[in-house]
Design a protein around this ligand. Structure first.
Ligand code: BGC
Length: 816
């Protein structure tokens, strides 16, 4: 095996309890089916360590009492822990303790400790040297993988070297079912035990132990089996307790000799297809699994293919971080995801924050996946389509037509947003109105449309895609109320992407009115739905109209609403919502001085007895999100359709205005600014790019990465290079480009999969763009850059000069 090149590893030196949770998140290994945090196998869950294994889509619902109210929450379940492997030199220690205590970095500070995550191979290596109470030195090297080829397998190899002693080493390899969802401190007052009926046992082949259990309310059955073997001379016994399946090995150690213990684990749940029962499937699979080396070879080969699909060549530290982001994206959403009924979990499969729920964050993920793993995008859209009926019920229950998708979605697509949330600063439980973020529906519609443009998958667009788009459009048309005095349609009582503003100061009802982002995207959805319906083959159009009782008169209303939705303005600025301009100005300097980090201004103000609703202060990009979704010309066109001129100066003024009024309390915020600014305020763009890149590795949101990665921001940075800086836009069968590279990021290459062409390579450098279309029997790709459109046949490379100013060095004007 060749050595991993520099820039492909992440290493952590020394043991630091305060950093442990962050490392566990960033060293999570997964394969789209399940993921396991990078916790140390000899440590259980406690104040320092937070081991966790999560299977995509495996949720359970529990009731709790908080603040005198009964609340219900659905969580991504922390499954039995397959990692446990603890060890201790046998015999007595100097204090006469027999047995000696298990070694752990918390009781026996390691002499050396190093964690190395190899992104190329998906293998996590840890090397630690312990000394026990009797002065015996033990070196431990571990290699861990969660198999990318066989999504039900994981493996842990441990090499023990007794440096200066001989005798038995006790090694306990276990499957632990006594786990709970305790990974997020804010949720600790809530019920957290999701597993019940835990049973353990030994398989006929004595080195395999098993554990089975089920979730308490969703009734998902889980089967896990572990095979533990060693090349050392050992006796082996099973020491199960009711919730822990254990195998105890006692290999004999000699000074300087290394003994290897291999643990191979299989996981199945009753959600899996083609199994009889999860326990049988797990025991059978682990019994048939090859040895560690063969497993690792197959795992590496699977990763090699994935890296080819996601090839991105960005120099320097930015490139290294982007690789880490792609690694975690692919561990959450891999080719295996294409066979699952799951959505995009906002925090990956890496932790318990946001309970594994699915938000609008897929808006930052699917456009990237469309151009690499379109079958995965399609599966993620299928997840939404399967829950379309539920979204229609939700709309009906709210007295609306069409589909009202939930702000937070889990197992069956009902609204999972918590009713109350805790402000950890004040200790108060507060009403949570974030469910009023109905703009999530537009995000789904946008993704449907983007998927269609990137893949040309007419079969999907004419069936499931059209059904979703139609019902989301219908919801918007119905949600819009005509205001005679203003001569405009209005959408009242919503929350925009900036979650800080969930009502007007002192108002009795929650929500704000005429959120520009909501209204402009609703207008876009209505316009695209009309386009799509127009383009449907006549028989299909007829079926759809009949099945959904859609009449031409309704389409006339859609037309009207899409042109006359209200967009509020104040002082020549596009307002975030009606009345934003009249709110008080916020004293940013004073609060920065007083608190330092003011990203979560909402919590600070609430703890002071004030409310962020009173101020012109936003959590994250809201109006500016429009510049993320739409290329400059399209946005201008959308505003024109709504009767407004959005020229370059107005947009620039609007960007400046919010730039000074945003606290960036979400990782998505810096990403969106990094996307928008290269075309408006290039000098400031790099700062936001850096912030977007370092959001998780430096844990910029103050401790949140330890509770799970921010998948939207991670995927978004990949897309920032892929589409943001290149202006790449698949539209109407043409690949359009409008590069706006930054001086700090002006030379890079990437490859995409586009409409049946695999591995189309784009390279931007020195004022030129190279496009190579790999040989195939497909037709040429039409590429448009500035005024120039070319057809690039398979097997050929085309070189296009970048328009003046788009070379990353001089000013680029996107709004002429
Ligand atoms: C952001 C939302 C996002 C959610 C999940 C929140 O902090 O404000 O926009 O969807 O996190 O990532």
């Amino acid at each position: 095996m060749s050595r991993t090149p520099p820039g492909w590893t992440w290493a952590y030196e020394g043991y630091d309890p305060a950093e442990e949770r962050l490392r566990e998140s960033l060293c999570t290994l997964g394969n789209g089916y399940f993921a396991t945090r990078g916790a140390l196998p000899e440590c259980g869950a406690d104040a320092v360590h937070s081991p966790g294994t999560y299977a995509a889509g495996c949720y359970n619902r529990l009731e709790s009492q908080v603040a005198g109210r009964r609340v219900e929450n659905e969580d991504l379940v922390n499954l039995p822990n397959w990692l446990p492997l603890r060890f201790r030199p046998g015999g007595e220690d100097t204090a006469g303790n027999s047995p000696t205590p298990w070694l752990s970095p918390d009781t026996h500070p390691p002499l050396d400790h190093r964690l190395t995550l190899d992104l190329r191979t998906g293998i996590l290596e840890r090397a630690t040297r312990y000394v026990d109470d009797a002065g015996r030195h033990l070196a431990v090297r571990q290699l861990r993988l969660v198999h990318m080829g066989d999504p039900h397998l994981a493996a842990l190899r441990t090499e023990f070297t007794a440096e200066d002693w001989s005798g038995p080493l006790e090694v306990e390899s276990a499957l632990d079912g006594a786990v709970a969802n305790t990974g997020v401190a804010r949720y600790r007052q809530l019920a957290n035990r999701h597993l019940t009926h835990v049973h353990t046992g030994t398989a006929p082949s004595r080195d395999v132990v098993w554990l089975r259990c089920r979730t308490t309310t969703s009734d998902i059955r889980v089967g896990m089996a572990a095979r533990t073997t060693t090349d050392g001379d050992t006796d082996t016994t099973t020491t199960h307790s009711p919730e822990r399946a254990c195998l105890l090995l006692r290999p004999l150690m000699e000074p300087g000799r290394t003994v290897t213990v291999d643990k191979c684990v299989a996981l199945h749940t009753s959600r899996d297809p083609a199994i009889s029962d999860p326990l049988h499937a797990a025991v059978d699979r682990v019994g048939r699994a090859p040895d560690f080396e063969a497993l690792a070879d197959a795992h590496r080969a699977a990763w090699e293919q994935l890296w080819r699909a996601g090839e991105m060549d960005v120099p320097g530290q930015a490139g290294r971080i982007l690789r880490l982001h792609l690694f975690h994206l692919l561990q959450t959403l891999s080719p295996h995801t294409a066979d699952l009924d799951v959505g995009v979990p906002a925090r990956g499969l890496h932790g318990e924050a946001y309970r594994g729920h699915v938000f609008w964050d897929e808006l930052f993920v699917l456009p990237y996946l469309n151009l690499h793993l379109p079958e995965v995008s399609r599966a993620l859209l299928d997840y939404r389509h399967r829950r379309l009926e539920r979204a229609c019920f939700a709309a009906r229950d709210a007295g609306r037509a069409g589909a009202m998708y939930p702000w937070q979605s889990g197992s069956d697509g009902r609204e999972e947003t918590q009713r109350l949330h805790l402000n950890p600063r004040s200790g108060r439980w507060l009403p949570d109105h974030s469910r009023l973020q109905h703009h999530v529906g537009s995000a789904i519609a946008y993704n449907v449309w983007q998927y269609g443009e990137a893949t040309g998958d007419a079969e999907f667009m004419h069936t499931k895609g059209a059904e979703m788009l139609l019902q989301i459009a219908r919801f918007w048309a119905d949600a819009a109320t005509w205001d005679k005095a203003r001569g405009r349609y209005r959408i009242l009582g919503v929350v925009g992407p900036d979650e800080y503003h969930d009502g007007y100061p002192g108002a009795s009802r929650p929500g704000i009115d005429d959120n520009t982002y909501t209204n402009v995207t609703a207008a876009w959805v209505l316009a695209r739905a009309l386009d799509l319906l127009r383009s449907l083959p006549e028989p299909r159009r007829r079926d759809l109209f009949e099945r959904t009782a859609l009449a031409d008169a309704e389409l006339d209303i859609w037309q009207d609403v899409s042109r006359r939705l209200l967009v509020p303005w104040h002082r020549g600025i596009v307002s975030q919502f009606d009345g934003y301009g009249e709110l008080a100005e916020f004293d940013w300097d004073r609060y920065r001085k007083a608190y330092g980090d003011i990203r979560r201004l909402d919590r600070i103000l609430e703890a002071e007895g004030d409310t962020v609703n009173r101020y012109q202060a936003s959590k994250q990009a809201d109006v500016l999100m429009l510049g993320y979704l739409f290329a400059p010309a399209e946005l201008r066109g959308l505003f024109r359709r709504l009767g407004h001129e959005l020229d370059d100066t107005t947009w620039r003024r609007t960007v400046d205005y919010y730039l000074h009024r945003t606290s960036h309390g979400s990782t998505l915020s810096s990403l969106v600014h990094a996307w928008v600014l290269p075309r408006v305020r290039r000098a400031e763009a790099w700062r936001f790019c850096q912030e977007a890149l370092t959001g998780d590795i430096a844990d910029l949101q103050g401790g949140t990465t330890g509770e799970g990665i921010h998948l939207g921001a991670m995927a978004g940075t990949l897309d920032l290079v892929q589409r943001g800086l290149t202006g790449l836009e698949p539209r109407g069968g043409v690949l359009r480009l409008d590069p706006a590279p930054l001086p700090e990021l002006s030379r890079f290459g990437l490859s995409i999969r586009y409409r049946g062409h695999w591995g189309v390579r784009l390279r931007l450098s020195a004022g030129q763009l190279h496009i190579t279309v790999p040989a195939s029997d497909r037709g040429p790709i039409d590429v448009a850059l500035g005024d120039c459109t070319v057809s690039v046949p398979p097997g050929e490379t085309c070189l296009l000069p970048l328009p003046q100013g788009a070379d990353g060095l001089s000013m680029h004007t996107a709004y002429p």
